[in-house]
Design a protein around this ligand. Structure first.
Ligand code: ZN
Length: 620
């Protein structure tokens, strides 16, 4: 749909839309207003999702609709961060109607027009799963002989304009499989209830032969579920579940109560990554990692679980109701991701679960080292890095890279010091987080100035210059200014980067990715001061040859790069708008920053007391 059509529809629809329906159903896209009729006369939906082990390359979905008009639209939801565009895998879509022949035609990539006279319709389709990836992303659907992941935006179409319509979902699974999901249970163990389309697509279903454990926090049930690969490594399940329980207790204690009816940790063997949902998390948890060192998995679990509050409840204003069109990019991810990083570390410490860094001081030193090590972090404002963090092609920052997670965690750490200092230790970032929940977990999400106002309210101080300089602006964080509040300062030294064996590491700060629909790889330079940047290469250069030979895939490029040693000379031929270009890169070592925080000589008693409080990191 063109922008002008949207504007025209908005002008037409706004005065006519009924106030009560609008209040419950935020109209992010005015085109939906023309279908507001559904708010008064909701369709009733019943989905049946069928898995047949005879063919694990697809699953079937049947959608029975009652109370629908003769013509309506179906769509698949675009996830704001992980839009996997599963509309590409819809097959055999057809409709049967109560009052005559039905018809379904594609109106746009993720949108279908359905004609089904008689008020009732049965829509059937299959999702043909794309070729298995290795390793597998934990949030994408898959099917294997002993289980899989189904549901979510990858499986279910919704009726456009009727996102508040309730639905039941029945699973038809092999007899030895069970199903765990955040959806509400019903009397039938294979049928679940979703009060809205948003809940339906945000509640993936882990199915199969599962191991599961339970615990309660203040009477609220929590489940930890594990789908093992055949021959999975044995690990200490009691220790894992008890660690997760301690994390959950810490987060619930911070906010005072759990914001959900029940919670499911959906852990999967043989997968990587994770995705937060309103009362569940899908998370890759290889058994080999659980058996050897589960610290990084616990950090990831803490992060995703904290998103239950910070992102799912405290949400950026741009993230509204479900839609088949991707939502506008948000400037607030530095808060949603960065503060979630800060709390993942803090929750692990509060639960006594051995964070990576021995102390909060060491943790901050490590973060600051990474911040200085990649100049993009202090060159681009956190708001602008938020905007390109998800769904943007790599290389948006030219020959730099920046992390919204890292920028946000450091901003959160500095704001914590500001609040502690301004309130003489009576308040901390915990109070800011609780105030954010109070203000922005309803229909209204937070916008650009809202975090600033909330911090200012909690500390009773002025933080506008901080936000102007370091959040909206791109001034490097002046750490010493805020560290002084707790009687500390940073000493930054540059030392040769070392490899695992303690020898000077080669500068491999270059990568390549495959732009869709092109045959050449595109280079990514993350630091113009790297040997690659200094040799004249730029992000976006199309790779023609390395040492005279074509490089067909990103994987081959990585292999080639990782075999390079200091002193090697590499000839790189590229293509750019100005024509072909070649250069020679001499691989060499490089320096990285090491940050040490130390006490300033004139530290006062008050500063020392604030520091001790901050280091303890205990809840307030
Ligand atoms: Zn996250």
């Amino acid at each position: 749909m063109s922008k002008t059509t949207l504007v025209a529809l908005a002008a037409l629809a706004a005065p006519a839309a009924p106030a009560t329906a609008l209040a419950q159903h935020p109209l992010r896209h005015p085109a939906d207003a023309v279908e507001i009729q559904f708010a008064r006369s909701q369709p009733v939906a019943h989905y049946t999702l069928r898995v047949d082990t005879v063919d694990l390359s697809a699953f079937a979905v049947e959608l029975r609709l009652r109370n629908v008009p003769d013509t309506f639209r179906l769509a698949m939801v675009a996830h704001p961060e992980y839009d996997d565009r599963y509309w590409r895998y819809v097959e055999d879509l057809r409709v049967a109607a109560a009052g005559g022949p039905g018809a379904v035609t594609r109106a746009d990539s993720a949108l279908w027009q359905v004609v089904a006279p008689g008020g009732e319709a049965v829509v059937r389709y299959r999702i043909r799963l794309p070729a298995a990836e290795s390793p597998r992303a934990a949030w994408r659907p898959f099917l294997a002989a002993t289980g899989g992941l189904v549901g979510g935006p990858h499986s279910f179409m919704y009726v456009v304009g009727a996102t508040l319509a309730p639905a039941h979902v029945t699973l038809e699974l092999p007899s030895t499989w069970e199903a765990v999901t955040g959806l509400e249970p019903t009397a039938d163990p294979r049928t679940f209830f979703a009060p809205s389309a948003a809940v339906l697509v945000d509640s993936p279903m882990l199915v199969g032969q599962l191991r599961s454990w339970r615990f309660a926090v203040d009477g609220v049930p929590h489940r930890v579920v594990y789908w093992p690969l055949p021959g999975a490594a044995a690990f200490d399940t009691t220790a894992l579940v008890s660690a997760i329980e301690r994390l959950a207790r810490g987060a619930v204690a911070l906010f005072g109560r759990a914001p959900y009816r029940d919670y499911s940790f959906l852990l999967q063997d043989g997968a990587y990554g994770a995705l937060e949902h309103r009362n569940s998390v899908t998370l890759g948890a290889p058994s080999t990692e659980l058996a050897s060192d589960r610290r990084s998995l616990l950090a990831e679990i803490a992060h995703e679980y904290f998103h239950t509050w910070n992102l799912m409840r405290i949400h950026p204003a741009e993230y509204g109701d479900v839609d088949y069109r991707p939502p506008p990019r948000t400037r607030g991810l530095w808060w949603s991701e960065g503060l979630t990083m800060l709390y993942a570390d803090l929750l692990l410490r509060r639960a006594g679960l051995g964070a990576f860094d021995s102390t909060r001081v060491a943790h901050l030193e490590g973060l600051m080292g990474r911040y200085f090590g990649s100049p993009g972090n202090s060159r681009f404002s956190p708001e602008s890095v938020s905007v390109i963090a998800y769904g943007t092609a790599p290389g948006a920052l030219g020959d730099y890279s920046a992390s919204t997670h890292l920028q946000g965690e450091l901003l959160g750490a500095m704001l914590d010091l500001i609040v502690r200092d301004a309130t003489n230790g009576a308040r901390s970032i915990d109070d800011v987080m609780r105030a954010m929940l109070e203000r922005f977990s309803g229909e209204r999400g937070f916008g650009g100035r809202d975090v600033e106002r909330t911090v200012a309210h909690v500390c009773g101080c002025t933080v506008r210059p901080f936000f102007e300089a370091h959040v909206r602006g791109s001034q490097a964080i002046d750490f010493d200014r805020y560290l002084r509040l707790i009687g500390m300062r940073a000493r930054v030294s540059w030392t040769p980067a070392l490899d695992r064996d303690g020898r000077p590491a080669a500068d491999l700060r270059v990568s390549a990715w495959q732009p869709p629909g092109e045959n050449a790889l595109s280079l990514l330079i993350s630091n113009p001061a790297s040997v690659w940047g200094r040799a004249g290469l730029h992000s976006g250069d199309r790779l023609v040859a390395v040492n005279g030979a074509a490089v067909p895939s990103g994987e081959e490029f990585r292999g080639l790069r990782n075999r390079l040693k200091n002193g090697d000379t590499v000839t790189v031929e590229v293509r750019r708008a100005t024509g072909p270009w070649r250069t020679s890169v001499v691989v060499a070592g490089y320096e990285r920053p090491v940050v040490r925080l130390e006490e300033i000589s004139a530290a006062t008693e008050r500063q020392r007391a604030l520091r001790a409080q901050w280091i303890a990191g205990s809840p307030r």
